[in-house]
Design a protein around this ligand. Structure first.
Ligand code: DGT
Ligand code: CA
Ligand code: CA
Length: 575
């Protein structure tokens, strides 16, 4: 059975959760949490790395013990440490911890005193008034718990695009390996490159629908078959991801692909166009009366309603139909357009690889330049650099630049934007750098007015170059800060500075809507990997996908330029 990075990350998360309930050493708990984060941020498949004999202890937060656990999980699908914990703490306790307001202590009390092990049992106990007997569970807590359970029930579970991909690709490979299968396509939000997906929508063409249905529902990672008909099935994978599969006729593949790629908003507009032409459009084709006039390919569907083919990333009902009609669809940026990466860490701060390793990996990834941007002193947890350490680091960069061919390192910093908008290092220090990446890492909860003023003030500094992860969101975890992004974009235009699309799969920040606003305001974006280890340049593809959803063309992006042009553009922002 294939074990994916996300499976490993989840086991580490569960270990951390259960150890926390068990009141284990907080350092152990944190070690597992950090390891889970590393595994999630890794641009490569751990199974492949281990098969290739690579040393995992090289990875951030992975020591000998955790490396051994990863190998154990890859081999057995679980690990003994977790099984041991399950001996006295049921796995479902984790679902209680996920409820806001319930920490490890309370979860433990609930389990020990009342045997409550999941939200259902908790809800029942709360309704029956059995919680009041417990210390620390007053009527207010009871109310909060009931509300949290209700909220949890109505919020649908979504997956990061990068995580969905870990499960989608092997499944598609499994389907394609069958001789009964002609073509396999993934439609839906996944094809539109949306940063999170609710479920996978897979289309298969085949001469033997029965065989395909059988193959699909017996895939080793299928946990539950929710429905299975002659041409359609829905399953849940072990990881909780739902997958819809539809068998379609080869002659209808284009129409089905168009229909099931969506979005709903986009399809409604396409259908309206069809109606204006007295055409009917559905997943089988485009029809004039009884006669089918298009649908074998996706471009034929668009052609039938008078449009050029529209890239899936644009299909959100945000003006793409009008742009297509006017012949003004953007020529979307591609991964190959990037020449550099302007946000990279090394082990001098919280990255895990050396300068040289990061440089060589960038060159191997086809990049011509990278900016080394360590954290600044304020971010102590990330070993942020003070003036002195920065100076040494810059010398090391100079030395490496004179030695390496085919890649240039720019000298930068990811400087903390302090609460009042000052920067964490003085201007006279920043003046020595090629560029200054500014970022908010604290005080996310300021009022909209204060947060906006804070960032605009930071951008006022003469050397400020790029605003990193401008919204501050962590997908599925933390909303973006309350900030007037229109003002920030306008401010960036006035000052000539740049905004980042951070390519970390859990950030993808700026988002598509604001990225497009930058394009319209003439503010260039930098698509940066924010790599903390050499594998992470691979994440640039997610940044590109997000940029495409923001309608960006090559020229809208700073780091599609060659080094000389980038230097000129950056210098213009200074002073
Ligand atoms: P998700 O899964 O929540 O990330 O988002 P989608 O866009 O993949 O949505 P999903 O899986 O419900 O449906 C996939 C596409 O299929 C959707 O974007 C449009 C199309 N579709 C599904 N159901 C309907 C429907 O009832 N009417 C129309 N017009 N289109 C539908
Ligand atoms: Ca979907
Ligand atoms: Ca679906």
């Amino acid at each position: 059975m294939a074990i994916h990075n996300e499976d490993i990350a989840r086991i580490f998360d569960e270990l951390a959760d259960l150890l926390e309930i068990d009141e284990a050493n907080p350092f152990r708990v944190r070690a597992y949490r950090n390891a889970a984060r590393t595994v999630r941020a890794l641009g490569r498949d751990l199974g492949e790395m281990v098969a290739g004999g690579e040393d995992l202890t090289r990875l951030p937060a992975i020591g000998k013990d955790l490396a051994a656990k990863i190998e154990e999980i890859l081999q057995t699908g679980t690990c003994k440490a977790l099984e041991k914990l399950h001996g006295h703490l049921p796995p479902s306790l984790e679902s209680l911890l996920a409820l806001p307001g319930l920490g490890p202590k309370r979860v433990k009390t609930l389990y020990r005193e009342l045997g409550i092990r999941d939200p259902e049992a908790l809800e029942k106990a709360a309704r029956e008034g059995r919680l009041e007997s417990l210390p620390g569970f007053g009527p207010k807590t009871r109310q909060r718990i009931l509300e949290a359970i209700a909220a949890q029930r109505t919020t649908e579970r979504r997956f990061l695009l990068s995580v969905a991909r870990q499960y989608a690709e092997p499944l598609v490979t499994w389907l394609r390996a069958s001789s009964a299968v002609a073509a396999v396509e993934i439609a839906g939000s996944y094809r539109r490159g949306k940063e999170t997906v609710g479920d996978l929508d897979i289309l298969v063409t085949t001469g033997k629908p029965d065989a395909v249905m059988r193959r699909f529902s017996t895939y080793e990672e299928v946990e539950d078959v929710l429905s299975r008909g002659s041409t359609r099935a829905t399953v849940i994978l072990r990881c909780g991801l739902q997958v819809d599969l539809r068998v379609v006729d080869t002659s209808c593949l284009g129409a089905a692909l168009q229909y099931f790629t969506g979005s709903k908003a986009h399809n409604i507009q396409v259908r309206r166009l069809a109606q204006q032409r007295r055409l009917k459009i559905n997943e089988y084709g485009v029809f004039r009366g009884e006669r089918r006039i298009a649908g074998d390919t996706e471009p034929s569907v668009y052609r039938a309603v008078g449009l050029p083919w529209i890239p899936p990333e644009l299909r959100e009902g945000r003006g793409e139909i009008e742009a297509a009609q006017a012949g003004r669809l953007p020529h979307l940026i591609g991964l190959g357009d990037l020449q550099g990466d302007l946000h990279v860490h090394t082990r001098a701060s919280d990255g895990h690889d050396t300068l040289e390793a990061m440089a060589l990996a960038a060159r191997a990834a086809g990049l011509k330049y990278i900016a080394i941007t360590e954290h600044s002193r304020r971010l102590a947890v990330a070993k942020g650099l003070d003036e002195e350490r920065l100076e040494q680091h810059l010398k090391a960069i100079d030395a490496l630049n004179s030695r390496l061919r085919g890649i240039t390192l720019l000298k930068g910093i990811e400087v903390d934007i302090l609460e009042d908008g000052r920067l964490d290092l003085p201007d006279r220090v920043l003046a020595h750098l090629d560029l200054v990446v500014g970022a908010v890492h604290s005080h996310f909860g300021l009022s909209r007015r204060k947060q906006t003023r804070r960032i605009l003030r930071a951008m006022d500094h003469p050397y400020f170059t790029i605003l990193a992860h401008p919204g501050g969101r962590l997908l599925l975890e933390r909303e973006a800060c309350d900030v007037d992004m229109e003002q920030i974009i306008k401010g960036a235009a006035e000052r000539g500075c740049f905004l980042e699309i951070n390519a970390q799969p859990q950030r993808l920040d700026l988002d598509a809507v604001f990225s497009r606003m930058c394009r319209d305001a003439g503010v260039l974006l930098a698509i940066n990997s924010d790599s903390h280890s050499r594998e992470q340049y691979a994440n640039l593809r997610y940044g590109i996908e997000q940029a495409r959803r923001g309608w960006l063309e090559k020229d809208d992006v700073l780091n599609t330029r060659n080094l000389k042009e980038v230097r000129i553009l950056i210098e213009k922002t200074m002073g």
